[in-house]
Structures are given as structure tokens and as C-alpha cells.
Ligand binder design. Structure first.
Ligand code: HEM
Ligand code: HEM
Length: 310
């Protein structure tokens, strides 16, 4: 009886919380803006901002600009992550999956035990994960081959005071005038490095731990790295990707949209509309994929590699 009451109550209390969180965060943000404006003009803070203008120096041989391959990788990353977040959320909340998928146990991939049945939603999540991780691997290799890694990996401790300086500049509504074509500001640098070198590997390591590809019989390994630990990390990593993307795209559009979009989508540093139209086309592709991914279509694709059952 009591469990059914909690079930009814839970969604309502969640909405109640959400209804409070929105105005609360606006008030907190306003307070932070007022505080930043108040401290910005204090002599100590002003001299701190002169010492740390908001970015670290790049090595002399660092590449300038964003090459076309990087734009493509960035697009595929955004394309996959959108659907990965959606399917992850569905896996978490789904009571009755639209269908189940079982790997065909034949040919080169034949195993002794019977393959595990998974929901069609988890099958889609894992297929997207594979493509996303492959795209990420190519990205990392190209970063190091081309020297682009110098632009997204912090190379000096002054990145931290510089990031504080940038935060004060943003919050006091005196936005930094860095040029991302040459060098990212330190707050940008830290958030990109966290996404590429911490969040992405964490998502893969914890995701693999939860998947049936993980060796269930590796007792010692599994004692050090238990399943509940992976579960407890995987979800917050999704939240990082979600909130990073919202803030990232907001700032891209608010700090010189045309120029920024030209950087990433057209590999050029000017303010024509070219990059914007490529970005718009990429959005249409993402929206099309979102609506095309119906159970009917997914069932047909999943049927190519396994048995799909209701
Ligand atoms: C579709 C929405 C997105 C747009 C419009 C967008 C736009 C941009 C732009 C314009 C830049 C270059 C910034 C500059 O020149 O100052 C950039 C860089 C970057 N973005 Fe995005 N982005 C999007 C989605 C994402 C997502 C979903 C992620 C990751 C989850 C991401 C991760 C990054 C990273 C890591 C960089 C730095 C890349 C490098 O220099 O190697 N972006 N983005
Ligand atoms: C190679 C990378 C990844 C693998 C192998 C993977 C694997 C998995 C697996 C096996 C589950 C099901 C867990 C269960 O049975 O309860 C799952 C759930 C989930 N995944 Fe992933 N995943 C990966 C990347 C990601 C990424 C990048 C995100 C988000 C940005 C994400 C978000 C989620 C969410 C939100 C859930 C539901 C978690 C929950 O129920 O608490 N995953 N993932």
C-alpha cells in the first residue's frame, strides 16, 4: 500500500522541486552577477585580472585555426551524443521496451553461452556508443598527429587563476574578447579538456562495466570495480554532457555567433553567413535522425544483426 503511494507521489515531488529550482537558479545567478561587478573594481581584484587576463600562452608551434576534419568530428560527436543522451534517458525510465534484441549466435562471433537479451532501446544506445567512441578515437589520434592537442589540453598551472579571471569577466557582464580561432580562454579550455579527456573516457569505462560485454567472472577485478559504482558514475557523466552542451551552445551563440560558427563549421575566421548555413543544415540532419528513430525503423535495423522479438 505504502509503496503504491510513493509511486504516485514521486513525479509530483519532482515537479515541485523543478518548479523551485528554476527561479532559485535565476536569483543565484543575479546575486553572482552583482557580486562579480562589486569585486571587479577592488584594487586587488583589478590587479589580479591584469596578471591573469584569461588565457594561458600557447607553445610557439601551436597550430592556428580549426581544420575541416575537426569540424566533421565535432558534428558527428554532437549528432551521436544527442541520440545517446536520449536513449540513455529512455533506458533509465522505460518500463516496457518496444521490443528486445538478441545477438545471433553464429559464425565468427559464436560464443559458448547463449547471448543475453537486451531491450531495443539499449541496443540503440550501445550501437550509437560504438560509433561515438570510434569517432572519438579518430579525433584523439588526429589531435595528437596535427598538434591540435595543444589547444585543448591545459599546459600550465596558470590555467586555474586565468579561468577564475574569465568567470569574473563573464559574471560581471564584461565578456572576454578572446579569439577562439587562435586560443581558447581558460574556462573554455578547462571545460573542453574535461569533456574530451575525463567525461568521455568515464562514460566509456562505466558503460562497458554495465554492459554484458564485461567479463562477469573476473572476480578480483569486479571486487575492485563493482557494478553499482559504474551505475553511480554513468548517470552524472550524462548530466555533465547535457549541461556542458547547453552552456557551450549558449555561449557560442552569445559571443559572436557568425564568427564562431564559421570557425567550427566552415574552417574560416570571418563573419560571413557561410558557417551558419552549414550549422543549420547539420541541425536539420539531427532533427531528422531524432524523428526517424522510431521503434519500427530501429526494429528493422536491429534485425540485420540479431533476432528482434516483442
Ligand atoms: C550543435 C551544437 C554545437 C555547436 C553550435 C557548437 C559550436 C562550437 C564552436 C563554434 C566551437 C569553436 C569555438 C570557438 O571557435 O571559439 C566549438 C568547439 C568545441 N565544441 Fe562544440 N558545439 C556544439 C555541440 C557540442 C557538443 C555536443 C560537444 C561535446 C559533447 C561539443 C564540444 C566541443 C569541444 C570539445 C570543442 C573544442 C574543439 C577543439 O578545438 O578541438 N560541442 N563548438
Ligand atoms: C561507449 C560508451 C557507453 C557505453 C558502453 C554505455 C553503456 C550503457 C549501458 C550498458 C547502459 C544500461 C545500464 C543498465 O542496464 O541499467 C547505459 C545506460 C545509460 N547510459 Fe550509457 N553508455 C555509454 C555512453 C553513454 C554516454 C556518453 C551517455 C550520456 C552522455 C550515456 C548515458 C546513459 C544513461 C543516462 C543511462 C541510464 C543510466 C541509469 O539508468 O541510471 N551513456 N549505458
Amino acid at each position: 500500500m505504502s509503496s503504491s503511494t510513493t509511486k504516485v507521489r514521486r513525479p509530483r515531488s519532482r515537479w515541485f522541486l523543478a518548479a523551485w529550482l528554476a527561479p532559485l537558479s535565476i536569483v543565484l545567478l543575479l546575486a553572482a552577477v552583482l557580486a562579480a561587478q562589486a569585486i571587479r573594481d577592488l584594487p586587488a581584484v583589478a590587479s589580479f585580472m591584469v596578471t591573469y587576463p584569461g588565457h594561458s600562452e600557447l607553445p610557439a608551434n601551436a597550430p592556428v585555426g580549426l581544420p575541416a576534419w575537426l569540424g566533421w568530428q565535432h558534428f558527428f560527436n554532437a549528432f551521436f551524443i544527442l541520440l545517446i543522451i536520449r536513449t540513455g534517458w529512455q533506458v533509465r525510465n522505460e518500463r516496457r521496451p518496444p521490443a528486445y534484441w538478441t545477438r545471433r549466435n553464429a559464425g565468427r562471433f559464436r560464443t559458448k553461452g547463449a547471448p543475453q537479451r537486451i531491450s531495443l532501446t539499449l541496443w540503440f544506445h550501445l550501437s550509437l556508443d560504438f560509433l561515438w567512441a570510434l569517432n572519438g578515437l579518430i579525433f584523439i589520434v588526429l589531435l595528437f598527429v596535427t598538434g591540435q592537442w595543444m589547444r585543448v589540453l591545459p599546459l600550465s598551472w596558470d590555467v586555474f587563476p586565468n579561468a577564475i579571471s574569465v568567470a569574473i569577466q563573464y559574471l560581471s557582464l564584461n565578456w572576454p574578447t578572446d579569439n577562439g580561432w587562435v586560443n581558447y580562454n581558460s574556462l573554455q579550455l578547462l571545460s573542453y579538456a574535461t569533456t574530451i579527456f575525463i567525461a568521455a573516457p568515464l562514460a566509456i569505462l562505466t558503460g562497458l562495466r554495465m554492459s554484458s560485454a564485461w567479463p562477469a567472472k573476473a572476480t578480483r577485478l569486479n571486487a575492485i570495480y563493482p557494478l553499482p559504482l559504474a551505475r553511480a558514475i554513468h548517470f552524472p557523466v550524462m548530466l555533465w554532457f547535457f549541461f556542458f552542451t547547453i552552456i557551450h551552445v549558449t555561449l557560442v551563440l552569445a559571443t559572436g555567433a557568425l564568427r564562431n560558427l564559421n570557425h567550427m563549421f566552415a574552417s574560416q575566421d570571418n563573419t560571413t553567413w557561410f558557417g551558419f548555413w552549414i550549422f543549420a543544415a547539420s541541425l536539420i540532419v539531427m532533427i531528422a535522425a531524432w524523428f526517424a528513430a522510431t521503434p519500427l525503423v530501429l526494429r528493422a535495423i536491429a534485425g540485420l544483426t540479431g533476432n528482434v522479438s516483442r
